[in-house]
Design a protein around this ligand. Structure first.
Ligand code: SAM
Length: 214
């Protein structure tokens, strides 16, 4: 998702109390409980887009700390605007490329990772940029607590098949795999829809999901 450059979005982000400042990011590993001021678990969404999923989750679960990560300022701005309308103490944002995620979270500091409707990068030579690729799984392996879960949803069957094939070589196991989340009453319980999920499921696309661990 890339919105048109919105004038002033970088300034809004630089001054927003909801965003961890770029200049402090490298001091963050090992300090996330201090940043939130409690010992609650840390859940992160990588590529959160406009932030509906993470904002809704943070509202529903005040005893969990959430961090939303988004690469583009113009998109992050939308998530900030949601927070301005409804402020939540357990939600923070970071504007960064997830390639650098291990510089921002300490070893085993994260209790859950969400990837939702990640960009497909369809060309083979760009496979390493896909957020569920083995290269990214190796980064998640460093920051995710042992035994904790990563959840991924997408309507893109090609990307999902790729993601499932990456698990074994990367040393991860699937706890759940579904190719039609919205048809599975049990898995659907408590499902929070993302902006893309609303759009693509309304068009009749099946939503794939896995829950993985290692
Ligand atoms: N998760 C949202 C949803 O389901 O509605 C947005 C999905 S959108 C297709 C993918 C988002 O991931 C975009 O906002 C994009 O900027 C962001 N993104 C892609 N690659 C990223 C990366 N390497 N680091 C951080 N964000 C990334």
């Amino acid at each position: 998702m890339r919105l048109r450059n919105i004038t002033g979005s970088r300034e809004v982000i630089a001054h927003s109390p909801y965003v961890v400042k770029e200049e402090f990011l490298e001091q963050c590993p090992g300090t996330w409980h201090d940043i939130f001021g409690n010992e609650h678990p840390i859940y992160i969404e990588i590529g959160m887009g406009k932030g509906k999923f993470i904002h809704t989750n943070a509202k529903q679960h005040p005893d969990i700390n959430y961090v939303g990560i988004e690469k583009y300022s113009s998109v992050l701005l939308r998530a900030i605007q949601k927070m301005e309308q409804e402020e939540l103490p357990n939600l923070k944002f970071i504007r960064m490329d997830a390639e650098d995620i291990v510089k921002v979270f300490g070893k085993g500091e994260v209790d859950k990772i969400y990837l939702n409707f990640s960009d497909p990068w369809p060309k083979d030579r760009h496979a390493k940029r896909r957020l569920p690729s083995r290269e990214f799984l190796a980064r998640y392996d460093e920051i995710l607590k042992p035994g904790s879960r990563l959840e991924f949803k997408t309507d893109n069957r090609g990307l999902f098949d790729f993601a499932v094939e990456e698990l074994e070589p990367a040393g991860w196991k699937a706890e759940v795999i579904t190719y039609d989340l919205h048809a599975d009453e049990e898995l659907l319980q408590g499902n929070v829809m993302t902006e893309y999920e609303e759009k693509f499921s309304a068009m009749g696309n099946a939503i794939c999901k896995y829950v993985i661990y290692r």
